[in-house]
Design a protein around this ligand. Structure first.
Ligand SMILES: *[C@@H]1O[C@H](CO)[C@@H](O)[C@H](O)[C@H]1NC(C)=O
Ligand SMILES: *[C@@H]1O[C@H](CO)[C@@H](O)[C@H](O)[C@H]1NC(C)=O
Ligand SMILES: *[C@@H]1O[C@H](CO)[C@@H](O)[C@H](O)[C@H]1NC(C)=O
Length: 254
């Protein structure tokens, strides 16, 4: 009787131990392979992506909000015929509410449900239409355009360097859409770039936009490689010209 009871308790403990191991193991796989990352692009559309692993079945993605029932992804992004992501149009994006996703079909059966809020996943487009103006005080005034949407929610990072110092100088600013660089050396060649992010007053995002295209100021220092190329081309054309003249002279003589 006592032996029977002991046996039961021990199998019971063994089962707990095994399920615990399976849980641990599946969580580990999850961390490596089942990660779905979602980015809301400029608050216009969202893409959630994951890696398809060769041995895995085709995944399906389910999502829901606290206030809404689960739905399956309506527009899958595919690679080699397999689902590798989901496209969400603007009307499917709700901010400041818990958003849940569950990817089914990965090799990890205990795959976890991920939760986050979409205002924290916004990645803005880079600032556009940058302009550089030289002021009378020998300052360079960099300005750029920002869409009215989210104007108060943006912060910027400006980086600049010159041909004498290749290390980027980085500055973070909030609210303003301009930056002044003082004591500009007219002999130097300056390069500026700006990127943008939702600031901490509006959300908790860590995603910066891509860098804007570079805007430059000053005399472009002539690249030595270019001189050589031009020189050789010039020498070649000169030789060709001389050859043509020589040939036509020969013909003329006959
Ligand atoms: C994966 O599923 C999608 C639909 O969700 C389907 O269009 C696609 O053909 C499937 N791919 C494979 C390899 O089964
Ligand atoms: C989840 O995936 C499994 C195996 O890939 C499949 O059998 C099952 O039907 C899927 N569940 C849903 C709700 O799509
Ligand atoms: C900067 O220069 C541009 C022309 O290059 C001009 O249109 C613009 O008004 C100037 N901006 C400022 C702030 O001076």
């Amino acid at each position: 009787m006592a032996g029977n009871c002991f046996l039961r308790v021990s199998t019971w403990l063994k089962q707990i131990y095994l399920s615990w191991l399976i849980l641990l193991y599946s969580r580990e796989i999850h961390a490596q392979s089942n990660d779905v990352s979602c980015i809301v692009h400029n608050e216009e559309f969202m893409e959630c992506r994951w890696d398809h692993i060769d041995e895995e079945a085709n995944s399906t993605l389910f999502y829901w909000y606290t206030s809404r029932p689960p739905m399956e992804c309506r527009n899958y992004l595919q690679e080699n015929g397999y689902n590798v992501g989901c496209y969400f149009s603007k009307d499917e994006i709700i901010e400041f509410e818990n958003f849940f996703i569950y990817r089914n079909g990965s090799s990890d059966p205990g795959s976890l449900i991920k939760t986050f809020q979409l205002q924290n996943q916004v990645k803005l487009y880079p600032p556009a239409n940058m302009v550089l103006n030289m002021t009378e005080n020998n300052e360079l005034l960099l300005s750029w355009e920002t869409p009215a949407k989210l104007l108060k929610c943006r912060m910027y990072e400006i980086r600049h360097r010159n041909n004498k110092n290749k290390d980027w100088q980085v500055q973070v600013i909030t609210a303003q859409t301009k930056y002044v660089l003082s004591s500009v050396n007219p002999k130097k060649f300056y390069t500026f770039q700006v990127r943008s992010k939702i600031n901490q007053y509006c959300a908790n995002t860590k995603l910066w936009s891509e860098w804007s295209p570079a805007i430059q100021w000053g005399k472009d220092p002539v690249q030595p490689g270019k001189i050589h190329e031009n020189y050789y081309l010039f020498a070649f054309l000169l030789a060709l010209g001389l050859l043509i003249i020589a040939l036509s002279l020969l013909k003329f003589k006959r």
